[in-house]
Design a protein. Structure first.
Length: 206
């Protein structure tokens, strides 16, 4: 019997994940059954269960890839010297994350899938652990970015790193939620808003 190539195995796994993601984005995690996934991807139960043990395994795999995409986007966007200002950085991250149709989904559907993952993490210990680890990694990475701002004279030394890192992450999360709910949120809107806030003259106001 001829051996199946790794490329074929990877392509089949990707086919299953994309089909499951379409189902979850359309009908929600709890409104989707494994039969729905099998129908969507046009494969037998045996073919799908070769890669995933069930729906929870599919959800975890999709969550892992989505979170990995967020971390990669942050890392790539911040890997310049001097580091980009928050408005530019957030714009790069959101564009990178939602360009190319992850899982074959349009940006609003993909954003909705991420929001579903966050919601599912409230009941799933497995997902909660995965997201918690990713969030910790993001906080550490953004903390390093804050240190880079300081080293380049862009930020006062006395400002603590972690609250700034959390705020930047929250801004990206808010973008994802607005995109999921309303569909009319674009990276340029976020950039313009952050740039406007950064230009406030607090001394003049006082």
């Amino acid at each position: 019997m001829a051996r199946v190539s790794q490329e074929h195995l990877d392509a089949r796994r990707r086919q299953i994940l994309q089909g499951a993601a379409r189902c979850f984005a359309r009908d929600g995690f709890h409104g989707t059954s494994m039969q729905d996934v099998l129908k969507e991807v046009g494969l037998s139960a045996g073919a799908v269960y070769r890669y995933f043990t069930g729906k929870d395994d599919l959800i975890a795999a999709i969550a892992g890839e989505a979170i990995g995409g967020v971390r990669h986007a942050f890392g790539e966007a911040a890997r310049t010297t001097p580091p980009p200002t928050p408005d530019v950085l957030i714009g790069r991250v959101t564009r990178a994350l939602f360009t190319g149709g992850p899982f074959g989904l349009d940006p609003q559907a993909f954003a909705g899938l991420i929001v579903q993952v966050w919601s599912e993490a409230l009941r799933s210990e497995r997902l909660s652990h995965t997201i918690g680890e990713a969030y910790g990694g993001l906080r550490a990475a953004w903390g390093e970015l804050v240190e880079a701002y300081r080293a380049n004279g862009m930020l006062a030394a006395e400002l603590p790193a972690d609250p700034l890192a959390r705020t930047l992450i929250a801004t990206a999360q808010g973008f994802i939620v607005q995109l999921a709910l309303f569909g009319d949120m674009a990276p340029g809107v976020l950039e313009d808003g952050l740039r406007g806030l950064m230009s406030m003259d607090v001394q003049r106001a006082s």
